[in-house]
Design a protein around this ligand. Structure first.
Ligand code: OAD
Length: 250
């Protein structure tokens, strides 16, 4: 790690951002924390559902056992998200959409908040809570924010399941491979609000760094990825990115 900027954003980061052509942004639960979405670790997640710990009710095994219970849990989470607003970090990232030659937003979050403020082509490593998919033909179905969740597949009539990666399941085909390619080719990689312990997502900054990119972490806490970063900005995503886009050309 070359420098730690606390609490101010380093001049180096501003310079890198101004010069960057290909940017990869990797986000985790922390980017939505200031919106009020609980994180998984660091004391943010105390979620249990009807006595079941989060990692049990959100597991592939539970889906096999009791699909309606899994739906009930995800319906509850979507209901909570309806009242939640994207924060300055989501807005800042969306505002970068046309700033760089290539911007790739890779998220581990399923809340859809990046997309709600206009980020396009977001690589969703862990799926999206606002989608269902057919358990048989895998066709995806949007779940409206202001309407009912579809009950069955519109194509084949079979059961739907949340289109998210549950514990014990594989990532959606191609998503990680695409993100890795972008990590290999980026010149700036921003790692925002992730504990950096869930793989393969956490390997993306490593891929970017080993291919020569400048890597910057934005997080109020150190993570296992901090050591490989060129700059660590110790702070909250909304505050840091808000400041970064206000002060520079955003
Ligand atoms: P975690 O809950 O593991 O980590 C959240 C990170 O956000 C921590 O490092 C916090 O320090 C940081 N943080 C908290 N508030 C922040 C703020 N305001 N601004 C910036 N950072 C902040 O969440 P993830 O790393 O996203 O997977 O977790 C990765 C995966 O673990 C999740 O996608 C989920 C879980 O298992 C699945 O559900 C498949």
């Amino acid at each position: 790690m070359n420098s730690v900027a606390t609490p101010n954003i380093s001049a180096e980061l501003r310079r890198r951002l101004d010069a960057a052509k290909r940017v990869l942004v990797l986000t985790g639960a922390g980017v939505s924390a200031e919106s009020g979405v609980p994180t998984f670790r660091g004391g943010g997640n105390s979620a249990t559902w009807k006595g079941l710990p989060f990692e049990i009710i959100s597991s592939g095994a539970m889906l096999e056992r009791d699909l309606p219970a899994v739906w009930e849990w995800f319906d509850h989470r979507r209901d909570k998200l309806k009242t939640i607003q994207p924060n300055a970090a989501h807005h800042a990232i969306a505002s970068w959409q046309d700033r760089f030659h290539e911007l790739t937003v890779v998220t581990q979050n399923i809340d859809g908040l990046h997309q709600r403020v206009g980020s396009r082509n977001v690589v969703e490593l862990h799926g999206n809570i606002w989608r269902a998919r057919c358990t048989v033909c895998r066709l995806a179905h949007e779940i409206p924010m202001d309407g009912d969740r579809p009950e069955a597949c519109g194509e084949c009539g079979n059961s739907l399941r949340p289109d998210v990666v549950l514990f014990g399941e594989m990532l959606p085909q191609g998503a990680f491979e695409f993100a890795s390619q972008r990590a290999l080719g980026c010149d700036l990689c921003l790692v925002i609000g992730t504990s950096g312990i869930v793989y393969p997502a956490a390997s993306l900054p490593e891929v970017a760094k080993s291919a020569g990119a400048f890597v910057c972490e934005i997080n109020p806490e150190p993570t296992p990825l901090s050591r490989l970063c060129d700059v660590v900005v110790t702070g909250r995503a909304g505050e840091v990115l808000g400041q970064l886009t206000t002060d520079s050309r955003g």
